[in-house]
Design a protein around this ligand. Structure first.
Ligand code: SF4
Length: 329
């Protein structure tokens, strides 16, 4: 059976891009692969971005992200779910990979170039980010990694690192493959200016109050062809049309598509119909989140159990890697 690994950034406040692009996928894979699906909130990665040092918030954001995933339906009893910093073998394996990874390959990573280009002084941790990511995956000998498109290059590097290690020290690690979450690529921000992203401030949060979501939708841009209520539009050129495909049932989508193209419905009506779909989808998530917020030990206990389960796999793999490299027992 394949073993799935995915890292979840402790950004807090997950949005519908995270929800459809990653979180729902984790739940689905968890149902399919059980304890062979391993998810960790990658808090060790967070401080590699010096612009985002936030010690007071790191623990809170790690907790919030764990809570949000559980609220969406990730069941820690079915999968392995933990915080990266609770399993020290991640950094230990990362060191073994650091010594075999050429600096030139790390400097070629697009994400590194983008981030480093904005800094006066580049911390070594930023350069090593994909090495730690490779350790995250290979520590569990995972072969399947659901990721967004921006992470595909890092998974290629993970494969390269596995090959290098196996070549230098003997066959130890599999070469994992990236599985793209297609929906993640298409979810536009509520401002209509490209992909939904927290840094752009154009998100709809999955735990956001419905009044707040409605205020954002109310002023969201629509197809510019619909200047007047009587002008027909094209829902394929409108982010509200895109959102309907995520949240609405088929009869509603049909009503919207026909109504938009024939000017049979106005944009406000269309947005109200979308809001119904959003409420239907997110109400149970927000209710579960409220239950977990009222009982935070459920989240903490789940993460502690998850770390123990993760170490049951990680410790023997790390021992094998140590032995391969030749450390004194
Ligand atoms: Fe967009 Fe709906 Fe207006 Fe069409 S009717 S332009 S899909 S908001």
């Amino acid at each position: 059976m394949p073993r799935v690994f995915s890292g979840i950034q402790p950004t807090g406040d997950p949005h519908i891009g995270n929800y459809f692009g990653a979180m729902k996928n984790y739940v689905r894979l968890g149902e399919e692969y059980g304890k062979n699906s391993i998810y960790c909130v990658v808090d060790l990665h967070a401080p590699t971005n010096p612009g985002a040092y936030d010690p007071a918030r790191l623990a809170a954001r790690t907790f919030e992200m764990a809570l949000a995933n559980m609220a969406v339906g990730l069941d820690p009893q079915k999968v392995i779910f933990f915080a990266q910093s609770h399993v020290p073998e991640h950094t230990e394996l990362a060191w073994l990979f650091t010594v075999i990874t050429p600096v030139g390959e790390l400097e070629r990573m697009t994400q590194y170039k983008d981030k480093a280009g904005q800094l006066e002084s580049v911390p070594a941790g930023l350069l090593m980010y994909p090495v730690l990511q490779a350790a995250d995956i290979l520590l569990y000998k995972a072969d399947t990694v659901p990721v967004g498109e921006d992470q595909v290059q890092h998974i290629e590097l993970t494969r390269e690192i596995a090959r290098k290690f196996n070549h230098a020290f003997g066959e130890t690690f599999p070469e994992p493959r990236a599985v793209l979450a297609k929906d993640a690529l298409r979810i536009p921000g509520v401002d209509g200016q490209g992909k939904m992203s927290k840094s752009k401030g154009n998100t709809l949060g999955i735990l956001e109050g419905f009044d707040s979501i409605w205020q954002k939708l109310r002023v969201a841009p629509t197809d510019p062809a619909r200047v007047r209520r009587t002008d027909p539009g094209d829902p394929d050129k409108c982010l509200i049309g895109d959102y309907h495909k995520l949240f609405s049932d088929l009869p509603t989508i049909e009503t919207v598509y026909v109504g938009c193209r024939t000017a049979g419905i106005g944009c406000v009506d269309c947005k109200k119909m979308l809001m119904e779909g959003i409420r239907r989808e997110l109400t149970p998530v927000q209710e579960r989140a409220a239950e977990l917020q009222a009982d935070p030990d459920r989240v903490r206990d789940a993460l502690a159990t998850g770390a123990r389960e993760a170490r049951e796999i990680a410790v023997p793999v790390m021992e094998e890697a140590r032995e391969r490299v030749g450390f004194l027992k």
